[in-house]
Ligand binder design. Structure first.
Ligand SMILES: Nc1ncnc2c1ncn2[C@@H]1O[C@H](COP(=O)(O)OP(=O)(O)OP(=O)(O)O)[C@@H](O)[C@H]1O
Ligand SMILES: [Mg+2]
Length: 270
């Protein structure tokens, strides 16, 4: 049995209320003074490796990776965003290519691509190929040397089989990257995030960032969406961020990212 990671108590009803519909600790939703907005420019960002994983497929990993890359590059940091292994359509790699304004060829962003919409390990086998962990790590390390910051998108969830006997957790652990866990902000998310955190080695769990994503437009957030961030913070003690629904065209020109979104991204990267 893996060790339980949360010893916290459940938040009370009034604590939820203090979260102002989940917004109080959420930089994306909180009101900002002009001075706070200016602080975005003033705080330095650490240069390091981030690994964007998720509770599942289709949970906002690419959206988050694109936003982080654009944010870093918009701050003048030579940042690369890569998705080393992918299967099915190659849309994610193309989004990362655009987020980097073409600074890295598609085959460096995504060297291992297989056509079948299956777990990459299986999709590769169908083409008579094997993906080896050592090769993927060597590529990530090469990219890390070339750039000041590296954002790596996994494929599927943390334990989806990527290649011969490895998954995103193996890459993340070997790179000692900061885990960023994308999770759709809905009923069931708390369980999925806690399972993902439990699967991380303890040393990485401590620095994990959780980002609940509004993956669909909603007139009003559901009560689960409003309470998830506070409940997660209480249960696992990790930093929890929330990104709202950002519309269908999420690949922003760098200048158009809202200040609340930028503050959230800054919090995730620190
Ligand atoms: N905050 C958001 N605002 C608007 N759309 C979002 C947001 N988060 C996710 N989406 C949408 O949800 C869908 C899934 O997101 P995304 O492609 O980033 O998931 P993923 O986890 O990268 O999936 P995959 O496992 O296929 O790589 C996309 O259509 C994306 O545009
Ligand atoms: Mg993706």
């Amino acid at each position: 049995m893996p060790p339980r990671i949360f010893a916290g108590r459940l938040p009370t009803a009034s604590e939820f209320a203090q979260h102002d519909n989940g917004a109080a600790k959420n930089p994306a939703a909180a009101e900002e003074s002009p001075r706070q907005k200016n602080r975005i420019q003033a705080i330095a960002l650490p240069l390091k490796t981030y690994f964007v994983t998720g509770t599942d497929t289709g949970v906002g990993k690419t959206v988050l990776t694109v936003l982080l890359a654009r944010f870093l590059r918009g701050r003048g940091i030579a940042a690369a965003a890569i998705k080393p292994v992918s299967s099915g359509r190659r849309g994610d790699a193309r989004q990362l290519f655009r987020a980097m304004d073409g600074a890295l060829p598609l085959d460096d962003i995504n060297p291992w691509h297989f056509g079948a919409p299956l777990a990459p390990a299986l999709a590769a086998r169908l083409e008579g190929k094997k993906i080896l962990l050592g090769d993927v790590l060597a590529h990530c390390r090469r990219m890390r040397k070339r750039f000041d910051a590296l954002v790596v998108e996994g494929a599927g969830g943390l334990l989806s089989p990527l290649g011969e006997d490895f998954d995103s957790r193996d890459i993340l652990t070997a790179l000692r990257a900061t885990p960023i866990i994308a999770a759709p902000n809905r009923l069931g998310t708390v369980n999925a995030v806690l399972l993902t955190l439990e699967a991380l080695p303890q040393s990485l769990r401590r620095k994990a960032k959780i980002v609940t994503m509004q993956t669909e437009p909603q007139k009003r957030p559901t009560s689960a969406a409003r309470s998830n961030p506070a409940l997660l913070e209480q249960l696992c003690g990790a930093e929890v961020f929330t990104l709202p629904w950002l519309g269908r065209k999420i690949v922003y020109p760098s200048g158009r990212m809202g200040s609340r979104v930028r503050r959230t991204l800054q919090g995730i990267l620190q």
